[in-house]
Design a protein around this ligand. Structure first.
Ligand SMILES: Nc1ncnc2c1ncn2[C@@H]1O[C@H](COP(=O)(O)OP(=O)(O)O)[C@@H](O)[C@H]1O
Ligand SMILES: [Mg+2]
Length: 243
């Protein structure tokens, strides 16, 4: 976080409610800086996904000011430029993948950005490789497991070399091994990101500050609270340690 520079996402008093519904985002202020790796944890229905969709221009706030990469973000043409630089991992992987094969899905972004077919394939193979997905090129996307779809979705974003990643509950459907892989990969991507997750251990390992949302606003809760853990497993009566 470099507070001396200007924020790359700057939201001021942003307000939004879905048509006919209550206010979901209420005069929300948020400043996000280059290099920030931020976690967002809040109960279901708090407006986390809505906030991501506002940043991407998929839905429009009814009030407030929004600047992204130092420029006003209001009109559609401003957002089409922004969407090339911010990768949004959707909460549902099926919203992200639409090509028949993995390679086509991962190459779609680079091709769309004007890369040649050879370049796009090269970038896609390297990206898949970096996520441990070498050999997945010709797999049929819709037949992948939930966890594999999540990782391929991440590959479709990384192949576009975004400046910011917005990851909406990336752990959904991932097994323990793949979760550990993400913990390894994310902080080393040299990317700014905001990560929505319900798993505090994951956020602690992958982000530098963790925010929550309440009453349509973003809050920083940086205090530590002593709390009890309860868990069960076999042979629990025998004195033992957990790491
Ligand atoms: N497309 C939609 N139309 C109407 N209401 C919606 C829509 N999407 C979300 N909501 C409502 O907005 C609130 C915030 O939802 P959401 O941003 O998905 O929360 P979160 O991601 O924190 O679980 C919820 O009350 C939800 O029911
Ligand atoms: Mg959500």
């Amino acid at each position: 976080m470099n507070k001396n520079s200007s924020p790359i996402i700057n939201l001021e008093k942003i307000t939004f409610g879905y048509p006919g519904g209550p206010t979901v985002i209420d005069k929300l202020d948020m400043k996000f800086y280059q290099g920030d790796q931020t976690g967002l944890i809040a109960p279901n229905g708090s407006g986390k996904t809505t906030l991501f969709h506002i940043i991407m221009g998929l839905i429009k706030p009814s009030d407030g000011k929004m600047e992204i990469f130092g420029k006003p973000a209001i009109k559609e043409e401003e957002f089409s430029n922004i969407r090339g630089k911010i990768g949004l991992l959707f909460q549902d992987a099926d919203d992200q993948l639409f090509c028949p094969t993995v390679l086509e899905d991962v190459a779609f972004g680079p091709l769309n950005m004007g890369k040649s077919k050879e370049e796009a394939i090269d970038i896609s193979r390297k990206t898949l490789d970096s996520l441990g997905l070498a050999g997945f090129e010709d797999r049929i996307t819709y037949k992948l497991s939930g966890g594999e779809k999540r990782l391929v979705s991440l590959a479709t974003l990384l192949s576009m070399k975004p400046e910011i990643l917005l990851l909406d509950e990336p752990l959904t459907g991932l097994d323990t091994e793949t979760r550990l892989k993400l913990i390894d990969i994310l902080p080393n991507l040299d990317l700014s990101y905001i990560l929505i997750s319900h798993e505090i251990d994951f956020l602690t390992a992958t982000t530098k500050q963790i925010y929550t949302m309440k009453d349509g606003k973003i809050l920083l809760d940086d205090q530590s609270y002593i709390h009890k853990h309860e868990h069960v497993h076999q042979f629990g009566r025998i004195p033992h340690k957990h790491n």
